[in-house]
Design a protein around this ligand. Structure first.
Ligand SMILES: CC(C)(COP(=O)(O)OP(=O)(O)OC[C@H]1O[C@@H](n2cnc3c(N)ncnc32)[C@H](O)[C@@H]1OP(=O)(O)O)[C@@H](O)C(=O)NCCC(=O)NCCS
Length: 150
């Protein structure tokens, strides 16, 4: 597995097509368009870490890095590559990179019915810190807030 990072909208343009394809391959809804990516890069110090296998992008993690705090906004692994620990490797690689910076804590929010994501965050030692009852609709479910100190 190899990894590369995208730090700015200018970098993003270079890999635009690959990111769109990857986003579509990972999420049945909630795929972001160029306008959304641009706004996120502008306002949230966005980072994208992409995992590649044999030079093909297979997964990505998107996180915002503001001072000492990081929020994971999205993590996805394409369907045919799931349950091979690529999600775990993405999180571990992100942590390795963040440890070289000022980051001390990572947050994320996830649907309580997303079993594979909940499993992934638990095995990466994230701690459940809060639950927002019925935060999500269609189908209704809670939002879980996880936190990891690094
Ligand atoms: C969540 C996601 C990124 C995980 O990626 P991944 O590469 O499969 O992750 P890993 O292989 O490291 O770990 C997944 C774990 O979930 C487990 N799992 C998978 N399906 C599961 C299910 N239905 N119930 C319980 N556990 C499940 C796997 O067994 C594995 O745990 P293990 O290593 O102890 O066996 C991937 O499933 C995905 O892209 N999902 C769609 C996008 C998404 O929902 N993203 C999260 C919110 S932004």
């Amino acid at each position: 597995m190899t990894f590369f990072q995208i730090f700015s909208i200018d970098d993003f343009y270079q890999f635009e097509e690959q990111i769109f394809q990857l986003d579509k391959a990972c999420f049945s809804d909630g795929v972001w368009d160029l306008d959304q990516w641009s706004k996120l890069f502008k306002h949230y110090h966005l980072n994208i870490l992409v995992a590649q296998h044999k030079e093909k992008p297979v997964g990505f993690i998107v996180f915002s890095n503001i001072d000492k705090e990081v929020e994971i906004l999205k993590i996805g692994v394409e369907k045919t590559s799931r349950n091979l620990s690529i999600g775990q490797q993405l999180i571990e690689k992100m942590i390795e990179l963040l440890k070289k910076k000022k980051t001390r804590v990572i947050f994320l929010e996830v649907r309580s019915d997303n079993q594979s994501a909940v499993k992934l965050y638990s095995k990466c030692f994230f701690e459940l810190v809060s639950r927002r009852k019925n935060y999500y609709r269609n189908p209704d479910c809670d939002a879980l807030i996880y936190r990891l100190e690094i």
